[in-house]
Design a binder for this molecule. Sequence first.
Ligand code: KG4
Ligand code: ZN
Length: 336
Amino acid sequence: MRILAIETSCDDTGAAVVLNGRKILSNIVSSQVSVHQRYGGVVPELASRRHIESIVPIVTEALERAKVTLRDIDGIAVTQGPGLVGSLLVGLSFAKSLSFVTGLPFVGINHIEAHLSAIFLEERSPKFPFIGLVVSGGHTSLFRVDGFGKFKRLGQTRDDAAGEAYDKVAKLLGLGYPGGPIIDELSRTGNPEAIRFPRPSLGKNSFDFSFSGLKTAVVNYVKAHPEPATGYPEDLIRDIVSSFQEAVVEVLVRKTLQAAQHEKLKRVVLSGGVAANSRLRQKMEEEAAEQRLKVFIPSPSLCSDNAAMVAVAGYEYLKQGIRSPLSLNAFSNLPL
Ligand code: KG4
Ligand code: ZN
């Protein structure tokens, strides 16, 4: 079964063709970073306008790269939410129109479920059940996953998402956008123990997260160490971001492993843009190995927003005959 998938939940226009929910035939992502960079964050109105310009060329390219035409496609999967509603509506309206004119079935997919499904595009993928951590610019949530469509949310962020905290700290220090990859890179040569930033736990048995206090601690540190006329020394910047990253990673790893223990599960899956973070990947692998847990993390390009992961979940529903009506709407908040 060949699924054409479309993802426009935030600032990347994605289209992919995936065979039987496992094999990527094409996976095209058109980044809008150059559009939003100068604002230091995603501007929703600009994002939806750019999706409108990109959607036809990107879907066309996905079909061409997969060496198929619409006649070879068996179903369409599209992100329905959560995300920026103006962005979501572009992909969803396009998918519905395509379904209407071709007669192909289509199904709306939850973006979080798509992130949790990305791991099935890898050769090494987990059996159910597993603990899933979705950690991105918009989300930081822990789930127990018993199968496709079978999720129990164990915890989530009470304020900022982890990726949002990365982006805000980078903005504060004038490092650029998006902050995650920049901080990841700078931290490699910083001292993660230089500054002891808070590691909020929100109680022993809570699987919720909070990153706004940590972000404020970085703001306070920066205020207490005003920028000299010659600019911040490069070493200080590296130490600040490395210490910030260490605090984020420590909390993410600790809570994920505690959740695995609590649910008595031996497998852990990471996903979302922040799962591309080199320190998070390393620390999660190390600490999970100590507890004899197996860790599964998609390759970095499948961690960030892409349409192939939408096709994985779409395939599971479409093969069971589950499809969405043409009246399907997009939702900025769509609980899993
Ligand atoms: O999953 P994603 O592409 O979009 C959302 O659904 O939000 O995640 C984007 C987020 C951004 O906040 C970005 O700064 C962060 O993922 N990110 C990273 C890294 N690469 C992307 N954060 C930390 N380290 C990275 N290497
Ligand atoms: Zn995402």
